[in-house]
Unconditional design. Structure first.
Length: 464
């Protein structure tokens, strides 16, 4: 294949390569690319290596499955928007369906469309205002506990561990509101399910009937999870609390024929919202702390904004829009460390992407983490610089070059909820503590479905 290097050194296909087979590493019968199996330990390094070598469309074969990885904004737009009907959530989402059932995240076609319009109002402004109050209340309780633990002295925390605990507390309360007497069993069942689905997302998952230790544990966890969630649904139906929780909104939602969602669908949506919305937000906060390493000016600017706008008070929903610098830091964090580094689709019919042939049945992987560092769209792509998200610069950028929440009709339904949550919690932390971040260069991003840190991120909180 003939390739032309662009100014940035990223090959794009020459006209003669149109419709040709995409480049990629050598593939062996049955095994495919043996490095992919090793790469499964850190998919990010593996995919990054091929991206640098082969360019914005490349092919890898993993145990008989052909996968096309795409990183150019034009191709992302094709797959997620203009020709999205050809790129569906097929076999790629099979392991997620075992846990989530048929929900917003896993459904396709008309059923998905109906479910999305039913759920969408739960994320409109009015609902977000109510959810913001829950976030603020849980944030204050959690940070109060940290302040007590610190006894007025500097307290070292592992940012990842504590942010996961904090967002777990927020999401459980945002989902279940007053219907839940949040018992340790509930937390445990939900936490264990999350762990299993995240780990399953990265490996080769054997069918559910194969009695591997993973499958046995998963089946036990799912049974416990179902018991807990159905119990909460039943209680919420009985008590009919309009407490602003996502569960109360789902229970009162009606389709165009006036029909409510059956319990099974509510169960699937509740577990999906929990899993999709919990770790991702924790990771944004975690990486934000890690990226502050060596950035005293950014930290000072965040603190200045919080002090000026909030004067020591916790933020309301309306305050979030008054903290534009915090928003820029959050956006830049998700550019360099997107909590969801990629999504997967299955091609229905043959097609062409970036001049390369797509075969029906191919898995296609929009690789957001690469697009976010693409030198043709981001000057000095590896530099942490929140000012890139200054509205003036932002407007001139290709809108398909930054997709932390994906894009098109299947864009993350919780995107604004997550931004509001991240900014409220961040402002609450800055209100209460001075932060010291030690050198974090050794902590690498590891792609495990989500983008996790390779080790602890020790941050010292000193009460102000
Ligand atoms: C930083 C935080 C978050 C990130 C990075 C993120 C990222 C994403 C991405 C990339 C998708 C597309 C998945 C695909 O097409 O396969 C998605 C979909 C989704 N997300 Fe999020 N998400 C976040 C927070 C949340 C929150 C807080 C919720 C809910 C409480 C949520 C609920 C969902 C749901 C239900 C979908 C499926 C939407 C559909 O297909 O109609 N997410 N998210």
């Amino acid at each position: 294949m003939q390739e032309q290097a662009t100014d940035e050194g990223h090959p794009r296909p020459s006209p003669s390569a149109r419709g040709r087979s995409a480049p990629g590493p050598r593939s062996w019968p049955l095994v495919g690319d043996p490095l992919a199996l090793r790469g499964a330990k850190n998919m990010l390094e593996y995919l990054d290596g091929h991206w640098r070598r082969y360019g914005d469309v490349f092919r890898v074969n993993v145990v008989g499955q052909r996968m096309l990885v795409i990183a150019h904004p034009d191709d992302l737009k094709t797959v997620l928007s203009s020709r999205r009907h050809n790129y569906v959530k097929g076999s790629a989402y099979q392991s997620a369906r075992r846990i989530l059932g048929d929900s917003l995240l896993t459904l396709e076609g008309e059923t998905w469309k109906g479910r999305r319009s039913l759920a969408q109002p739960s994320f409109h402004r009015r609902s977000l205002e109510k959810l913001a109050a829950i976030i603020r209340e849980r944030g204050a309780a959690f940070l109060g506990e940290l302040a007590r633990r610190s006894e007025g002295k500097p307290l070292e925390i592992d940012a990842h561990r504590e942010m996961v605990r904090l967002t777990l507390d927020v999401v459980v309360n945002a989902l279940f509101g007053q219907a839940l007497n949040v018992s340790p069993t509930t937390y445990q069942a939900l936490g264990a399910a999350l762990e299993l689905v995240s780990n399953g997302a990265n490996g080769i998952v054997l069918p559910a009937w194969v009695p591997t230790p993973h499958n046995l544990r998963l089946n036990r966890t799912l049974a416990e999870l179902d018991r807990v969630v159905y119990d909460v649904i039943e209680r919420a139906r009985r008590e009919q609390n309009d407490d602003g929780s996502l569960l109360s909104m789902l229970l009162s939602a009606r389709d165009e024929h006036g029909a409510a969602l059956p319990d099974r669908a509510i169960r699937d949506e509740v577990i999906t919202l929990f899993i999709a919305g919990h770790e991702t937000t924790a990771l944004t906060l975690t990486w934000l702390f890690a990226l502050l390493d060596g950035q005293p000016a950014v930290l000072a600017a965040m603190r200045r904004e919080v002090d000026q706008v909030l004067g020591g008070q916790d933020p309301s929903f309306d305050d979030v829009a008054k903290l534009p610098y915090l928003r820029k830091v959050v956006d830049e964090t998700m550019r360099l460390r997107p909590p969801a580094p990629a999504v997967v689709r299955n091609a229905v019919a043959d097609d062409e992407l970036g001049g390369f042939h797509v075969r029906a049945g191919d898995m296609v992987l929009p690789f957001f983490a690469a697009t976010h560092r693409h030198p043709a769209f981001w000057p000095e792509p590896l530099k942490f610089d929140p000012e890139r998200f200054d509205p003036a610069l932002d407007r001139s950028r290709n809108s398909w070059s930054y997709l932390p929440f994906s894009a098109g009709p299947r864009v993350c339904i919780g995107n604004m909820f997550s931004i509001v949550e991240t900014i409220i919690l961040l402002a609450q932390i800055l209100n209460r503590f001075e932060l010291t971040v030690p050198p974090c260069a050794a902590v690498k991003p590891v792609m495990m479905g989500t983008m996790r840190p390779s080790g602890p991120i020790p941050v010292t909180l000193t009460p102000r």
